[in-house]
Structure formats: C-alpha cells, structure tokens
Design a protein around this ligand. Structure first.
Ligand SMILES: Cc1cc2nc3c(=O)[nH]c(=O)nc-3n(C[C@H](O)[C@H](O)[C@H](O)COP(=O)(O)OP(=O)(O)OC[C@H]3O[C@@H](n4cnc5c(N)ncnc54)[C@H](O)[C@@H]3O)c2cc1C
Length: 460
C-alpha cells in the first residue's frame, strides 16, 4: 500500500503550480493540485493576460487618430467598456478551461478548494475538512495586492483584482503606486479617456529601472495629460457625494470616481499553516527556499511569487519545472535568477534586460553608454508627438553589453530578442557587426556609434 495519498500535493494552480504538477505527473508521480479561486492563477485570471488585453484595447485610441495621417477617414470612434470586459472574460474562461484540460490530460487531479498545511506531509481541505497526505507538498500560492498599514477609508479603494471588472469606466481615477502595475493601469485608463492621476510616495516613478527610462516615461505620461503627484501618500479616503476624496500627506486632497492602490504585492502565506510546521518565512511572509526551491522542511517546497524571488510568470514556470525535474525526474536543476527581461506595458512601452546604469556603475570600473532618442517613422505621417528611446550600457573593459533599455513601440518584443544576445555575452562589437534590418526602430541598437558623454564630462 502507498505510504501517502499522493506523491505530490500542489497548493495553488497558477503559473508555477500548474507547470510543476504537469511535469511531475509526466514523470509518473501521483499528483493533486488545490485551487481556491480559478485555475490559471494570477497571470491568466487577473494579471498578465487580461492586463495585456486591456493595453491592446487602450492603444486603439491612438491608432484611430494616427490613421488620419495615412489617408484614412475615421468617423468619431466610440468605446464601450462592458463590451471589452465581456470579451476579456470570455478569453480568460477559455484559457482557464484549457489549463484544466491540460492538467487532466497529464493525470493531475484538481481539488477546487482552499488547502492549508497541517503537517510536513499533510494538508487539510477547507470545505470538506478532509486531510490528505503527500510525499511532497509544493506551495505555489502566489501573491496578493498589499494595501500597506490600515488607514481610514481603505475599504473604498480598489486593487488590480477589481480594476479588471469594474462595472463601468470611471471618469476620473487615481492610481496610487509607482511600480509597473500602477504605470500599466494608469496608461490603460488614460488612453481610454479617463482623467488619470498617479500618486506615488517616492520622488520618481519606476524605482529600480534605468533613470533614463524613468525620465522618458514620466515625460511621456505628463505630455499625455496624466498628472503625477510624487512624494506623498494617502492618509485617508473619504466617500462623498462628489466622489472619493483622497487626503494626501501634504494636507491637500484629490477627488476621483475610483482610487486604485497598486503599491506592491505580498506573498500569499497568511493562514496557510506553514509556521505551525516549522517552515521558515521571510520578512514579508515569503517562504524561504534554497536554490532547489526546498523550504526549511524537507518535504515542503515553494515556487513562484510566494518565494519573493522574481515575481514574474516565466520565472514561476521555470521554477516549477525545475522543481519537478529535480524531485521527480532525477534531473537536479536550479534556476538562474539573472538576466531576466522585464517590461512595463505602459504606452509608451518600457522594457529592459541586464543592468540599469546606476547598477552597472557599481559593478564595472569603466562604462561606455550609447543612447538614441528619435522620432519613430510612423510618427512622421501620424503627426504624433512621440519619441523612441534606446540605451546600451557596455562594460568598458570587456566590451560586453551589460544593459539594454528601450522605450517606445514594441519595446518588449525588441528586448526579448536582445535578451538572447546578452545571455550569449554579446559585446558592443557583436552588436555593431550585426546587419541592420531596415526600416525598423530596433536597427538603432546595431547602428549606435557615438558614445554618450555626460554633460559634466563633456564640459571638462
Ligand atoms: C496586474 C498584474 C499584472 C501582471 N503582469 C505580468 C506580466 O506582464 N508579465 C509577467 O511575467 N508577470 C506579470 N504579473 C505577475 C504574474 O502574474 C505572477 O508572477 C505569476 O502569476 C506568479 O505565479 P505563481 O504560480 O507564483 O502564483 P499565482 O499565479 O498567483 O497562483 C497562485 C494560485 O494559488 C491560489 N491559492 C492561494 N492560496 C491557496 C490555498 N491556500 N489553497 C488553494 N489555492 C490557493 C490562488 O488562488 C492562485 O490561483 C502580473 C501580476 C499582476 C497582479
């Protein structure tokens, strides 16, 4: 008789958990996966996928305008938010079903309820109350929007979870936060015609990104009419007849129909029972794991956002896959958490691979910087006042490109390809030797010849 009910019990059917479960089952393991909400997890249900669909929707606003410059006459376009939400929901439901089918085909049993850990090899199901044992438990519970410390009126704000399904498009929105989710939603709402304000506690949006990208996006957003208030937080929110009034730490206030908090996410371990079984948790409740995603308890593992390594879907998927290969496939494998391409699907889009300049300066004794800011070809006839920006950061000693940053149309698509080059250790000479593909914006990356000289250096 088998010692446990399952070889592997996965908690959380998101990016990491689904991949781990499917691969482990493929190696012959008996696997079950518990999901308390919807199969697919954050990325599919209320993250990357619906977000990108809304981004596409928002960008049509510019396309209709730009078309005129190319000879098209377009009657006044109109937009219907409920139609978009319904279409988005249909696609999400399709993907959710596809995830369920894929798990079923792989032989993974789906348990549609909340699970908590009650022992090193046992979990309890919330609805049925039954206890299940497993040789290994994988925590893949992801993250959840963080609302910071309690303050009056917080019950009136929404997070990204609710923003996807608003019954109607607000006329005015305030997005609190300076990270990628805040920037993306501000861009979506603004392009859909919503009067948009960003409130951020720091001095400049997109902390951690290259300074040039931060400056260029700030400039582009301000030019589009997005108001950016920095250096302040909301101290309280009040619901009035005129809308939601957000009181700021400088004593002023802002009024809007919706206030969205996108000020960070926190690992989903509350009430999961991990502390009861001795699993070490980090400063914000994340599961502390080693390079093979093993926790401080031998039979308990964790992958994805709940480990607070790099909170991105492809990373969660890779971690889940590597865990299954290691524990069930006899192929020990760890994931390198470096050279991870990232994007902000703002409009204009921002994307990066490698080091931002401030970090490269700490690591390289000599740097060569190349920058290009130009009007993309499409803007010549559309008349749109937009700039594309590209930056290469080169280690002055080895000649290796250590950072590549792009702002503008298709930035993320360009960076995905540049990521291969950086991974292979491409030098600036390799970029230069690569034939340009004309006419494109990306060709600028292989035709930049002039080193950028900082104004202070130039003056010396
Ligand atoms: C608005 C937004 C936009 C994003 N955009 C991008 C993007 O463009 N690109 C990108 O790479 N990443 C993006 N992300 C991040 C990405 O969604 C996450 O990194 C990814 O989903 C993490 O996968 P995961 O497997 O760790 O967890 P999740 O996908 O979050 O899955 C965890 C699952 O566990 C379930 N669960 C939790 N607790 C329990 C329990 N006790 N019992 C049963 N089930 C439980 C949850 O319901 C959830 O379905 C975005 C995130 C958000 C919020």
């Amino acid at each position: 008789m088998a010692k446990h009910d399952y070889d592997l019990f996965v908690i959380g059917a998101g990016s990491g958990g689904v991949r781990a479960g499917r691969i482990a089952a493929g190696y012959g393991a008996k696997v079950a996966i518990a999901e308390e909400y919807r199969v697919g997890g954050t990325c599919v249900i209320r993250g990357c996928v619906p977000k990108k669909l809304l981004v596409y929707a928002s960008r049509f606003a510019d396309d209709f305008e730009d078309a005129r410059g190319f000879g098209w006459s377009v009657s006044e376009p109109s937009f219907d938010w409920p139609t978009l939400v319904a279409a988005k929901d249909k696609e999400i439901a399709r993907l959710e079903a596809a995830y369920g089918t894929a798990l079923g085909k792989a032989g993974v049993e789906i348990v549609q309820e909340r699970a908590t850990v009650v022992g090193p090899n046992s979990v309890q199901l919330a609805k049925s109350g039954s206890t299940i044992t497993a040789g290994k438990i994988l925590i893949a519970t992801g993250g959840t929007p963080w609302l910071a410390e309690p303050r009056p009126g917080l019950e009136h704000v929404i997070t990204s979870n609710e923003a996807f399904d608003l019954p109607r498009l607000p006329e005015r929105i305030i997005v609190a936060g300076g990270g990628y989710i805040a920037m993306e939603f501000a861009g979506i709402f603004s392009k859909l015609g919503v009067e948009t304000t960003i409130v951020y506690r720091g001095d400049k949006i997109l902390r951690g990104f290259d300074e040039d990208l931060r400056d260029h996006l700030t400039e582009a957003y301000v030019k589009q009419g997005i108001r950016i208030v920095t250096g302040h937080i909301f101290t309280r929110i009040e619901k009035t007849g005129a809308g939601l009034v957000g009181h700021l730490s400088n004593g002023t206030s802002l009024t809007a129909d919706q206030i969205m908090f996108a000020i960070g996410r926190t690992p989903n371990t509350a009430g999961l029972g991990l502390d009861n079984v001795g699993v070490e948790l980090g400063w914000n409740g994340h599961v502390v794991v080693n390079e093979y995603s093993k926790s401080s308890v031998d039979s308990i593992f964790a992958v994805g956002d709940v480990t607070d390594r790099t909170a991105l879907t492809p990373v969660a998927i890779r971690e889940g896959h590597a865990f299954a290969d290691t524990e069930f496939g006899g192929k020990p494998r760890m994931i390198e958490h470096m050279l991870i391409p990232t994007a902000v699907f703002s409009t204009p889009e921002v994307s990066s691979i490698g080091l931002p300049e401030h970090m490269a300066r700490e690591r390289c004794s000599k740097l060569d910087i190349y920058k290009a800011a130009f009007r993309p070809m499409k803007a010549t006839l559309s008349g749109r006042d937009e700039r594309m920006f590209m930056k290469l950061i080169v280690d002055g000693e080895s000649g290796k490109v250590v950072g590549c940053h792009v702002l503008g149309e298709d930035a993320a698509e360009i960076i995905q390809m540049a990521a291969i080059a950086l991974r292979l250790g491409a030098t600036k000479a390799d970029f230069d030797a690569t034939m340009a593909l004309h006419p494109t914006s990306a060709e600028e990356l292989v035709t930049m010849r002039e080193k950028w000289i900082a104004p202070t250096e130039a003056a010396c």
